[in-house]
Design a protein around this ligand. Sequence first.
Ligand code: BES
Ligand code: MN
Ligand code: ZN
Length: 502
Amino acid sequence: MPVFLSHRTATDESIGADLLVVPIAESAHGVPARLARLGKGVADAVARALDLGDFEREVGSVVTLRVCRIERYPRILLLRLGSGEEPESVGVRRAFAKASKDPLFRRIDSVAVWAEPSLGSGAALAENVAAAIDGLLEGTYRWTAATTKKESPAGRYLFLADGARSLARVDEGIAHGRALGDSVLLAREIANTPANRMGPAEMAERAKEIAAEAGLACRVLAGTRLARERMEAIRTVGAGSARDPRLIVLEYDPGVDLEPIVLVGKGLVYDTGGLSLKPTSSMVGMKFDKCGGSVVLAVLRAAATLDLPLPLVGIVPAVENSVSGTSYRPGDVIGSRSGQTIDVQNTDAEGRLVLADAIDYGIDKYSPRALIDIATLTGAAYYALGDRACAVLGTDDGVVERLREAGERSGERVWPLPLWAGYRKDVDSPVADVRNTGPWGAGTITGAAFLQRFTRDVPWAHLDIASVSYDRRETKNGATGFGVRLLVEALRRWPKRRGRGR
Ligand code: BES
Ligand code: MN
Ligand code: ZN
Protein backbone atom coordinates (compact mmCIF):
# COMPACT_ATOMS: atom_id res chain seq x y z
CA MET A 1 0.00 0.00 0.00
CA PRO A 2 1.50 3.33 -1.03
CA VAL A 3 1.85 6.20 1.46
CA PHE A 4 0.80 9.77 0.69
CA LEU A 5 2.42 12.66 2.58
CA SER A 6 2.39 16.42 2.45
CA HIS A 7 5.69 18.30 2.43
CA ARG A 8 6.83 21.89 2.53
CA THR A 9 8.13 22.81 -0.88
CA ALA A 10 11.48 24.45 -0.48
CA THR A 11 12.54 24.19 3.12
CA ASP A 12 14.23 20.83 3.09
CA GLU A 13 16.98 20.51 0.52
CA SER A 14 17.41 16.83 1.30
CA ILE A 15 13.93 15.99 0.01
CA GLY A 16 13.79 14.51 -3.44
CA ALA A 17 11.99 11.84 -5.42
CA ASP A 18 12.59 9.58 -8.40
CA LEU A 19 10.00 11.61 -10.29
CA LEU A 20 8.61 15.10 -9.95
CA VAL A 21 5.12 15.55 -11.43
CA VAL A 22 4.34 19.12 -12.47
CA PRO A 23 0.61 19.47 -13.28
CA ILE A 24 -0.19 22.12 -15.87
CA ALA A 25 -3.70 23.39 -16.58
CA GLU A 26 -4.88 23.26 -20.18
CA SER A 27 -5.12 27.02 -20.29
CA ALA A 28 -1.78 27.66 -18.57
CA HIS A 29 1.03 29.44 -20.32
CA GLY A 30 4.54 29.22 -19.03
CA VAL A 31 6.19 27.73 -15.99
CA PRO A 32 4.11 27.24 -12.81
CA ALA A 33 4.76 29.84 -10.14
CA ARG A 34 7.57 29.30 -7.63
CA LEU A 35 8.98 26.26 -9.43
CA ALA A 36 12.38 27.93 -9.44
CA ARG A 37 12.56 27.23 -5.69
CA LEU A 38 13.56 23.71 -6.61
CA GLY A 39 16.62 25.18 -8.35
CA LYS A 40 16.91 27.29 -11.43
CA GLY A 41 17.66 24.24 -13.55
CA VAL A 42 14.16 22.83 -12.94
CA ALA A 43 12.35 25.97 -14.04
CA ASP A 44 14.65 26.33 -17.07
CA ALA A 45 14.08 22.73 -18.15
CA VAL A 46 10.30 23.11 -17.87
CA ALA A 47 10.32 26.43 -19.72
CA ARG A 48 12.37 24.90 -22.52
CA ALA A 49 10.01 21.92 -22.87
CA LEU A 50 6.98 24.22 -23.00
CA ASP A 51 8.67 26.44 -25.60
CA LEU A 52 9.38 23.49 -27.86
CA GLY A 53 5.63 23.08 -28.27
CA ASP A 54 5.39 19.28 -28.15
CA PHE A 55 3.28 19.20 -24.99
CA GLU A 56 -0.25 18.34 -26.17
CA ARG A 57 -3.35 20.04 -24.74
CA GLU A 58 -5.36 16.85 -24.26
CA VAL A 59 -6.02 15.71 -20.66
CA GLY A 60 -3.35 13.36 -19.33
CA SER A 61 -0.78 14.27 -21.98
CA VAL A 62 2.74 14.09 -20.63
CA VAL A 63 6.26 15.17 -21.44
CA THR A 64 9.04 13.48 -19.52
CA LEU A 65 12.27 15.38 -18.98
CA ARG A 66 15.45 13.74 -17.84
CA VAL A 67 17.64 16.54 -16.65
CA CYS A 68 21.17 15.79 -15.61
CA ARG A 69 22.58 18.03 -12.88
CA ILE A 70 19.23 18.11 -11.02
CA GLU A 71 19.90 15.37 -8.53
CA ARG A 72 16.88 15.83 -6.27
CA TYR A 73 14.51 15.15 -9.14
CA PRO A 74 16.19 13.11 -11.88
CA ARG A 75 12.95 12.92 -13.89
CA ILE A 76 10.33 15.59 -14.34
CA LEU A 77 6.92 14.82 -15.78
CA LEU A 78 4.78 17.62 -17.16
CA LEU A 79 1.17 16.53 -16.85
CA ARG A 80 -1.69 18.23 -18.67
CA LEU A 81 -4.84 18.57 -16.57
CA GLY A 82 -8.28 18.33 -18.12
CA SER A 83 -10.74 21.11 -18.64
CA GLY A 84 -13.85 21.82 -20.65
CA GLU A 85 -17.22 20.34 -19.69
CA GLU A 86 -16.13 18.44 -16.62
CA PRO A 87 -15.32 19.86 -13.18
CA GLU A 88 -11.66 20.64 -12.54
CA SER A 89 -11.20 17.82 -10.03
CA VAL A 90 -12.50 15.26 -12.54
CA GLY A 91 -9.88 16.46 -15.03
CA VAL A 92 -7.21 16.14 -12.33
CA ARG A 93 -8.28 12.57 -11.57
CA ARG A 94 -8.32 11.57 -15.25
CA ALA A 95 -4.90 13.12 -15.85
CA PHE A 96 -3.24 11.35 -12.90
CA ALA A 97 -4.95 8.05 -13.73
CA LYS A 98 -3.83 8.16 -17.34
CA ALA A 99 -0.24 9.19 -16.58
CA SER A 100 0.27 6.65 -13.81
CA LYS A 101 -0.67 3.72 -16.05
CA ASP A 102 2.78 4.25 -17.61
CA PRO A 103 5.21 1.42 -16.72
CA LEU A 104 7.53 4.14 -15.37
CA PHE A 105 5.38 4.12 -12.21
CA ARG A 106 6.31 0.47 -11.62
CA ARG A 107 10.04 1.08 -11.96
CA ILE A 108 10.40 3.93 -9.48
CA ASP A 109 9.85 4.10 -5.72
CA SER A 110 8.95 7.70 -4.98
CA VAL A 111 6.99 10.49 -6.64
CA ALA A 112 6.71 14.16 -5.70
CA VAL A 113 3.79 16.24 -6.94
CA TRP A 114 4.03 20.02 -7.36
CA ALA A 115 0.68 20.57 -5.66
CA GLU A 116 0.68 24.26 -4.83
CA PRO A 117 -0.13 26.33 -6.81
CA SER A 118 -0.57 23.89 -9.72
CA LEU A 119 -3.52 22.11 -8.07
CA GLY A 120 -5.07 25.33 -6.79
CA SER A 121 -5.41 26.84 -3.33
CA GLY A 122 -7.89 26.73 -0.46
CA ALA A 123 -10.78 24.27 -0.77
CA ALA A 124 -9.91 23.57 -4.43
CA LEU A 125 -6.42 22.44 -3.38
CA ALA A 126 -7.89 19.85 -0.99
CA GLU A 127 -10.34 18.63 -3.60
CA ASN A 128 -7.73 18.39 -6.34
CA VAL A 129 -5.19 16.60 -4.14
CA ALA A 130 -7.94 14.09 -3.30
CA ALA A 131 -8.69 13.69 -7.01
CA ALA A 132 -4.98 13.23 -7.82
CA ILE A 133 -4.70 10.44 -5.23
CA ASP A 134 -7.91 8.81 -6.45
CA GLY A 135 -6.40 8.92 -9.97
CA LEU A 136 -3.00 7.59 -8.88
CA LEU A 137 -4.63 4.66 -7.08
CA GLU A 138 -6.79 3.99 -10.15
CA GLY A 139 -3.90 4.17 -12.62
CA THR A 140 -1.45 1.99 -10.71
CA TYR A 141 -3.99 -0.70 -9.71
CA ARG A 142 -3.54 -4.19 -11.13
CA TRP A 143 -5.54 -7.28 -10.33
CA THR A 144 -2.62 -9.44 -9.15
CA ALA A 145 -4.32 -11.82 -6.74
CA ALA A 146 -3.90 -14.71 -9.19
CA THR A 147 -0.43 -13.94 -10.58
CA THR A 148 2.68 -15.52 -9.13
CA LYS A 149 4.91 -12.63 -10.21
CA LYS A 150 4.09 -9.67 -8.00
CA GLU A 151 4.82 -6.10 -9.06
CA SER A 152 5.43 -3.17 -6.75
CA PRO A 153 4.40 0.24 -8.02
CA ALA A 154 5.78 3.46 -6.55
CA GLY A 155 5.24 3.40 -2.79
CA ARG A 156 5.79 6.97 -1.64
CA TYR A 157 4.01 10.11 -2.85
CA LEU A 158 4.90 13.59 -1.57
CA PHE A 159 2.56 16.50 -2.20
CA LEU A 160 4.50 19.75 -2.10
CA ALA A 161 2.91 22.95 -0.77
CA ASP A 162 4.03 26.11 1.00
CA GLY A 163 2.41 27.56 4.12
CA ALA A 164 0.88 25.78 7.11
CA ARG A 165 -2.65 26.44 5.86
CA SER A 166 -1.95 24.97 2.45
CA LEU A 167 -0.30 21.95 4.03
CA ALA A 168 -3.44 21.44 6.14
CA ARG A 169 -5.52 21.55 2.94
CA VAL A 170 -3.22 19.00 1.35
CA ASP A 171 -3.58 16.71 4.38
CA GLU A 172 -7.36 17.04 4.17
CA GLY A 173 -7.19 16.09 0.49
CA ILE A 174 -4.93 13.13 1.24
CA ALA A 175 -7.38 11.73 3.81
CA HIS A 176 -10.35 12.12 1.50
CA GLY A 177 -8.58 10.85 -1.62
CA ARG A 178 -7.27 7.82 0.20
CA ALA A 179 -10.69 6.88 1.64
CA LEU A 180 -12.42 7.29 -1.70
CA GLY A 181 -9.68 5.80 -3.89
CA ASP A 182 -9.23 2.75 -1.65
CA SER A 183 -12.99 2.17 -1.71
CA VAL A 184 -13.01 2.27 -5.51
CA LEU A 185 -10.17 -0.28 -5.55
CA LEU A 186 -12.07 -2.47 -3.09
CA ALA A 187 -15.08 -2.53 -5.42
CA ARG A 188 -12.81 -3.34 -8.38
CA GLU A 189 -10.93 -6.06 -6.49
CA ILE A 190 -14.14 -7.88 -5.51
CA ALA A 191 -15.62 -7.56 -8.99
CA ASN A 192 -12.42 -8.72 -10.72
CA THR A 193 -12.32 -11.91 -8.66
CA PRO A 194 -13.45 -14.76 -10.92
CA ALA A 195 -16.48 -16.84 -10.02
CA ASN A 196 -14.48 -19.97 -9.20
CA ARG A 197 -12.76 -17.99 -6.43
CA MET A 198 -15.80 -16.05 -5.30
CA GLY A 199 -19.19 -17.67 -4.91
CA PRO A 200 -22.05 -16.34 -2.77
CA ALA A 201 -20.46 -17.65 0.45
CA GLU A 202 -17.07 -16.05 -0.31
CA MET A 203 -18.69 -12.75 -1.19
CA ALA A 204 -20.50 -12.82 2.15
CA GLU A 205 -17.23 -13.60 3.96
CA ARG A 206 -15.60 -10.64 2.23
CA ALA A 207 -18.49 -8.43 3.38
CA LYS A 208 -17.95 -9.58 6.97
CA GLU A 209 -14.26 -8.68 6.77
CA ILE A 210 -15.08 -5.25 5.37
CA ALA A 211 -17.64 -4.70 8.12
CA ALA A 212 -15.19 -5.70 10.85
CA GLU A 213 -12.48 -3.38 9.49
CA ALA A 214 -14.79 -0.40 8.95
CA GLY A 215 -16.97 -0.79 12.06
CA LEU A 216 -20.19 -1.71 10.24
CA ALA A 217 -22.85 -4.15 11.40
CA CYS A 218 -23.15 -7.17 9.10
CA ARG A 219 -25.74 -9.91 8.80
CA VAL A 220 -25.81 -12.74 6.28
CA LEU A 221 -28.99 -14.70 5.51
CA ALA A 222 -28.70 -18.17 4.00
CA GLY A 223 -30.57 -21.46 3.71
CA THR A 224 -33.51 -21.69 6.09
CA ARG A 225 -33.26 -17.97 6.99
CA LEU A 226 -33.91 -17.10 3.34
CA ALA A 227 -36.79 -19.57 3.26
CA ARG A 228 -38.29 -18.14 6.45
CA GLU A 229 -38.07 -14.67 4.91
CA ARG A 230 -40.02 -16.01 1.89
CA MET A 231 -37.28 -14.99 -0.54
CA GLU A 232 -38.61 -17.22 -3.29
CA ALA A 233 -37.21 -15.19 -6.16
CA ILE A 234 -33.66 -15.26 -4.78
CA ARG A 235 -33.92 -18.95 -3.92
CA THR A 236 -35.35 -19.83 -7.33
CA VAL A 237 -32.58 -18.07 -9.27
CA GLY A 238 -29.95 -19.73 -7.05
CA ALA A 239 -31.48 -23.20 -7.31
CA GLY A 240 -29.53 -24.18 -10.44
CA SER A 241 -26.18 -23.71 -8.71
CA ALA A 242 -24.39 -26.01 -6.27
CA ARG A 243 -23.48 -22.86 -4.36
CA ASP A 244 -26.45 -21.56 -2.34
CA PRO A 245 -27.42 -17.90 -2.35
CA ARG A 246 -26.75 -15.40 0.44
CA LEU A 247 -28.38 -12.11 1.33
CA ILE A 248 -25.73 -9.73 2.68
CA VAL A 249 -26.88 -6.83 4.87
CA LEU A 250 -24.50 -4.09 6.04
CA GLU A 251 -25.56 -1.27 8.34
CA TYR A 252 -23.81 2.05 8.88
CA ASP A 253 -25.13 3.97 11.87
CA PRO A 254 -23.51 7.35 12.62
CA GLY A 255 -25.89 7.80 15.58
CA VAL A 256 -28.22 10.42 14.11
CA ASP A 257 -31.98 10.10 14.38
CA LEU A 258 -32.94 9.70 10.72
CA GLU A 259 -34.48 6.92 8.64
CA PRO A 260 -31.74 5.25 6.60
CA ILE A 261 -31.14 5.36 2.89
CA VAL A 262 -31.08 1.79 1.59
CA LEU A 263 -28.66 0.82 -1.20
CA VAL A 264 -29.29 -2.45 -2.99
CA GLY A 265 -26.62 -3.94 -5.29
CA LYS A 266 -26.96 -6.84 -7.73
CA GLY A 267 -24.48 -9.54 -6.68
CA LEU A 268 -24.65 -12.19 -9.39
CA VAL A 269 -21.30 -13.90 -8.82
CA TYR A 270 -21.80 -15.41 -12.26
CA ASP A 271 -24.55 -15.20 -14.85
CA THR A 272 -24.65 -18.04 -17.37
CA GLY A 273 -28.17 -16.97 -18.33
CA GLY A 274 -29.53 -20.20 -16.83
CA LEU A 275 -31.52 -22.41 -19.20
CA SER A 276 -31.92 -19.31 -21.42
CA LEU A 277 -28.19 -19.85 -21.83
CA LYS A 278 -25.92 -17.06 -23.01
CA PRO A 279 -23.64 -17.67 -26.01
CA THR A 280 -19.95 -18.01 -25.04
CA SER A 281 -19.00 -14.54 -26.22
CA SER A 282 -21.62 -12.87 -23.99
CA MET A 283 -20.88 -15.12 -21.03
CA VAL A 284 -17.18 -14.41 -20.71
CA GLY A 285 -17.51 -11.16 -18.75
CA MET A 286 -20.20 -12.42 -16.42
CA LYS A 287 -18.01 -12.54 -13.31
CA PHE A 288 -18.64 -8.77 -13.49
CA ASP A 289 -22.36 -9.31 -12.85
CA LYS A 290 -21.63 -8.67 -9.17
CA CYS A 291 -20.37 -5.13 -9.83
CA GLY A 292 -23.45 -3.45 -8.34
CA GLY A 293 -23.05 -5.49 -5.17
CA SER A 294 -19.33 -4.78 -4.92
CA VAL A 295 -20.06 -1.04 -5.29
CA VAL A 296 -22.60 -1.18 -2.45
CA LEU A 297 -20.08 -2.92 -0.13
CA ALA A 298 -17.45 -0.31 -1.03
CA VAL A 299 -19.82 2.65 -0.53
CA LEU A 300 -20.72 1.42 2.95
CA ARG A 301 -17.01 1.17 3.74
CA ALA A 302 -16.37 4.67 2.36
CA ALA A 303 -19.28 6.12 4.35
CA ALA A 304 -17.82 4.72 7.58
CA THR A 305 -14.28 5.86 6.75
CA LEU A 306 -15.45 9.37 5.84
CA ASP A 307 -17.90 9.58 8.78
CA LEU A 308 -20.82 10.57 6.56
CA PRO A 309 -23.57 11.92 8.82
CA LEU A 310 -26.47 9.79 7.60
CA PRO A 311 -27.49 6.21 8.31
CA LEU A 312 -27.15 3.73 5.47
CA VAL A 313 -28.06 0.13 4.82
CA GLY A 314 -26.43 -1.91 2.06
CA ILE A 315 -28.19 -5.03 0.80
CA VAL A 316 -26.56 -7.44 -1.65
CA PRO A 317 -28.19 -10.63 -2.89
CA ALA A 318 -25.17 -12.83 -3.74
CA VAL A 319 -26.40 -15.50 -6.15
CA GLU A 320 -25.13 -17.70 -8.98
CA ASN A 321 -27.33 -18.14 -12.07
CA SER A 322 -26.28 -21.56 -13.32
CA VAL A 323 -27.50 -24.55 -15.32
CA SER A 324 -28.55 -27.93 -13.91
CA GLY A 325 -31.51 -30.23 -13.39
CA THR A 326 -32.64 -28.01 -10.53
CA SER A 327 -32.55 -24.79 -12.57
CA TYR A 328 -35.73 -22.75 -12.98
CA ARG A 329 -37.22 -22.69 -16.48
CA PRO A 330 -38.63 -20.21 -18.98
CA GLY A 331 -42.40 -20.52 -18.47
CA ASP A 332 -42.25 -21.11 -14.71
CA VAL A 333 -44.40 -18.97 -12.44
CA ILE A 334 -42.66 -18.22 -9.17
CA GLY A 335 -43.48 -16.34 -5.97
CA SER A 336 -41.57 -13.48 -4.38
CA ARG A 337 -41.14 -12.00 -0.92
CA SER A 338 -43.63 -9.25 -1.75
CA GLY A 339 -46.33 -11.86 -2.39
CA GLN A 340 -46.54 -10.99 -6.10
CA THR A 341 -46.24 -13.86 -8.56
CA ILE A 342 -43.76 -13.62 -11.44
CA ASP A 343 -44.11 -15.12 -14.93
CA VAL A 344 -40.55 -16.11 -15.90
CA GLN A 345 -40.18 -15.61 -19.64
CA ASN A 346 -36.40 -15.65 -19.65
CA THR A 347 -34.08 -17.07 -16.99
CA ASP A 348 -31.40 -14.62 -18.15
CA ALA A 349 -33.49 -11.74 -16.76
CA GLU A 350 -32.44 -12.97 -13.30
CA GLY A 351 -31.03 -9.75 -11.84
CA ARG A 352 -34.44 -8.12 -11.51
CA LEU A 353 -35.72 -11.25 -9.72
CA VAL A 354 -33.09 -11.25 -7.00
CA LEU A 355 -33.37 -7.47 -6.67
CA ALA A 356 -37.15 -7.72 -6.23
CA ASP A 357 -36.73 -9.73 -3.03
CA ALA A 358 -33.84 -7.60 -1.78
CA ILE A 359 -35.79 -4.36 -2.37
CA ASP A 360 -38.87 -5.76 -0.64
CA TYR A 361 -36.75 -6.81 2.34
CA GLY A 362 -35.08 -3.39 2.54
CA ILE A 363 -38.39 -1.53 2.52
CA ASP A 364 -40.10 -3.89 4.93
CA LYS A 365 -37.30 -3.95 7.52
CA TYR A 366 -36.00 -0.38 7.33
CA SER A 367 -38.80 1.96 6.05
CA PRO A 368 -36.10 3.95 4.26
CA ARG A 369 -36.38 7.62 3.27
CA ALA A 370 -35.10 6.58 -0.15
CA LEU A 371 -33.95 3.40 -1.86
CA ILE A 372 -31.35 3.30 -4.63
CA ASP A 373 -30.45 0.11 -6.46
CA ILE A 374 -27.41 -0.35 -8.65
CA ALA A 375 -27.13 -3.25 -11.06
CA THR A 376 -25.56 -4.59 -14.25
CA LEU A 377 -29.13 -5.19 -15.35
CA THR A 378 -29.38 -4.95 -19.14
CA GLY A 379 -27.14 -5.18 -22.17
CA ALA A 380 -29.51 -2.63 -23.71
CA ALA A 381 -27.93 0.08 -21.51
CA TYR A 382 -24.89 -0.27 -23.75
CA TYR A 383 -26.92 0.56 -26.85
CA ALA A 384 -28.52 3.56 -25.15
CA LEU A 385 -25.49 5.30 -23.63
CA GLY A 386 -22.30 3.37 -24.39
CA ASP A 387 -19.68 3.54 -21.67
CA ARG A 388 -19.82 7.31 -21.03
CA ALA A 389 -22.78 7.27 -18.61
CA CYS A 390 -25.09 4.92 -16.78
CA ALA A 391 -28.88 5.04 -17.00
CA VAL A 392 -31.03 6.26 -14.12
CA LEU A 393 -34.78 5.69 -13.76
CA GLY A 394 -37.05 6.05 -10.77
CA THR A 395 -40.25 7.11 -9.10
CA ASP A 396 -38.91 10.25 -7.43
CA ASP A 397 -37.64 13.17 -9.50
CA GLY A 398 -35.75 14.55 -6.51
CA VAL A 399 -33.71 11.39 -6.01
CA VAL A 400 -33.09 11.03 -9.76
CA GLU A 401 -31.94 14.65 -9.98
CA ARG A 402 -29.61 14.26 -6.98
CA LEU A 403 -27.95 11.32 -8.70
CA ARG A 404 -27.67 13.21 -11.99
CA GLU A 405 -26.01 16.16 -10.25
CA ALA A 406 -23.66 13.90 -8.31
CA GLY A 407 -22.78 12.28 -11.63
CA GLU A 408 -21.73 15.62 -13.09
CA ARG A 409 -19.64 16.49 -10.04
CA SER A 410 -17.96 13.09 -9.71
CA GLY A 411 -17.41 12.45 -13.41
CA GLU A 412 -19.39 9.19 -13.12
CA ARG A 413 -22.19 10.45 -15.25
CA VAL A 414 -25.81 9.45 -15.05
CA TRP A 415 -28.54 10.08 -17.62
CA PRO A 416 -32.32 9.66 -17.16
CA LEU A 417 -34.65 7.42 -19.15
CA PRO A 418 -38.46 7.63 -18.81
CA LEU A 419 -40.72 5.27 -16.88
CA TRP A 420 -44.08 6.28 -18.35
CA ALA A 421 -47.26 4.31 -17.64
CA GLY A 422 -47.12 2.60 -21.04
CA TYR A 423 -43.72 1.09 -20.19
CA ARG A 424 -44.94 0.09 -16.74
CA LYS A 425 -47.78 -1.85 -18.37
CA ASP A 426 -45.31 -3.63 -20.65
CA VAL A 427 -44.43 -6.05 -17.85
CA ASP A 428 -48.04 -7.14 -17.23
CA SER A 429 -48.53 -10.89 -17.56
CA PRO A 430 -51.64 -12.86 -18.57
CA VAL A 431 -50.82 -15.59 -16.04
CA ALA A 432 -49.13 -13.82 -13.09
CA ASP A 433 -48.87 -10.43 -11.40
CA VAL A 434 -45.84 -9.41 -13.44
CA ARG A 435 -43.47 -10.95 -16.00
CA ASN A 436 -39.71 -10.63 -16.09
CA THR A 437 -39.32 -9.38 -19.69
CA GLY A 438 -40.98 -6.69 -21.78
CA PRO A 439 -41.80 -6.69 -25.49
CA TRP A 440 -38.96 -6.16 -27.96
CA GLY A 441 -37.05 -2.89 -27.42
CA ALA A 442 -36.53 -0.48 -24.48
CA GLY A 443 -34.88 -3.27 -22.46
CA THR A 444 -33.33 -0.95 -19.89
CA ILE A 445 -36.70 0.70 -19.27
CA THR A 446 -38.70 -2.51 -18.94
CA GLY A 447 -36.06 -3.86 -16.54
CA ALA A 448 -36.71 -0.81 -14.35
CA ALA A 449 -40.47 -1.11 -14.86
CA PHE A 450 -40.28 -4.60 -13.38
CA LEU A 451 -38.33 -3.39 -10.33
CA GLN A 452 -40.78 -0.52 -9.80
CA ARG A 453 -43.50 -3.06 -8.91
CA PHE A 454 -41.57 -3.92 -5.74
CA THR A 455 -40.81 -0.42 -4.46
CA ARG A 456 -44.20 0.37 -2.84
CA ASP A 457 -44.38 4.11 -2.04
CA VAL A 458 -40.71 4.58 -1.19
CA PRO A 459 -38.84 7.19 -3.27
CA TRP A 460 -36.71 5.01 -5.49
CA ALA A 461 -34.10 5.26 -8.21
CA HIS A 462 -32.39 2.54 -10.22
CA LEU A 463 -28.91 2.78 -11.76
CA ASP A 464 -28.23 0.40 -14.67
CA ILE A 465 -24.42 0.14 -14.81
CA ALA A 466 -24.15 -2.74 -17.32
CA SER A 467 -22.29 -0.59 -19.85
CA VAL A 468 -19.89 1.16 -17.46
CA SER A 469 -19.08 -1.47 -14.85
CA TYR A 470 -16.18 -3.03 -16.70
CA ASP A 471 -13.93 -2.18 -19.57
CA ARG A 472 -14.56 -4.59 -22.43
CA ARG A 473 -11.13 -3.92 -23.92
CA GLU A 474 -9.33 -4.72 -20.70
CA THR A 475 -10.88 -7.77 -19.08
CA LYS A 476 -8.06 -8.41 -16.60
CA ASN A 477 -8.21 -5.30 -14.42
CA GLY A 478 -11.52 -4.62 -16.07
CA ALA A 479 -13.91 -3.66 -13.26
CA THR A 480 -14.17 0.12 -13.01
CA GLY A 481 -15.89 0.49 -9.63
CA PHE A 482 -18.31 2.85 -11.37
CA GLY A 483 -20.86 4.01 -8.82
CA VAL A 484 -18.60 4.36 -5.78
CA ARG A 485 -17.59 7.97 -6.50
CA LEU A 486 -21.10 8.74 -7.73
CA LEU A 487 -22.92 7.45 -4.66
CA VAL A 488 -20.40 8.84 -2.17
CA GLU A 489 -20.78 12.25 -3.82
CA ALA A 490 -24.59 12.02 -3.75
CA LEU A 491 -24.64 10.90 -0.09
CA ARG A 492 -22.16 13.56 1.05
CA ARG A 493 -24.63 16.22 -0.01
CA TRP A 494 -27.88 14.49 0.92
CA PRO A 495 -29.96 16.82 3.13
CA LYS A 496 -30.08 15.87 6.80
CA ARG A 497 -33.80 16.69 7.07
CA ARG A 498 -36.18 14.01 8.30
CA GLY A 499 -38.76 12.51 5.99
CA ARG A 500 -38.74 10.69 2.72
CA GLY A 501 -37.19 11.46 -0.63
CA ARG A 502 -35.25 14.69 -0.99
N1 BES B 1 -26.20 -9.54 -16.51
C1 BES B 1 -26.99 -9.34 -17.66
C2 BES B 1 -26.84 -7.95 -18.27
C3 BES B 1 -25.49 -7.59 -18.83
C4 BES B 1 -25.24 -7.76 -20.18
C5 BES B 1 -24.51 -7.06 -18.03
C6 BES B 1 -24.01 -7.42 -20.69
C7 BES B 1 -23.27 -6.72 -18.55
C8 BES B 1 -23.03 -6.90 -19.90
C9 BES B 1 -28.46 -9.55 -17.32
O1 BES B 1 -28.72 -10.49 -16.34
C10 BES B 1 -29.12 -10.03 -18.57
O2 BES B 1 -28.79 -11.09 -19.00
N2 BES B 1 -30.03 -9.23 -19.13
C11 BES B 1 -30.72 -9.58 -20.31
C12 BES B 1 -32.18 -9.27 -20.10
C13 BES B 1 -33.09 -9.85 -21.14
C14 BES B 1 -33.09 -11.35 -21.08
C15 BES B 1 -34.48 -9.30 -20.91
C16 BES B 1 -30.14 -8.77 -21.48
O3 BES B 1 -29.75 -7.63 -21.27
O4 BES B 1 -30.06 -9.31 -22.57
MN1 MN C 1 -28.82 -12.45 -17.11
ZN1 ZN D 1 -27.24 -10.77 -14.93
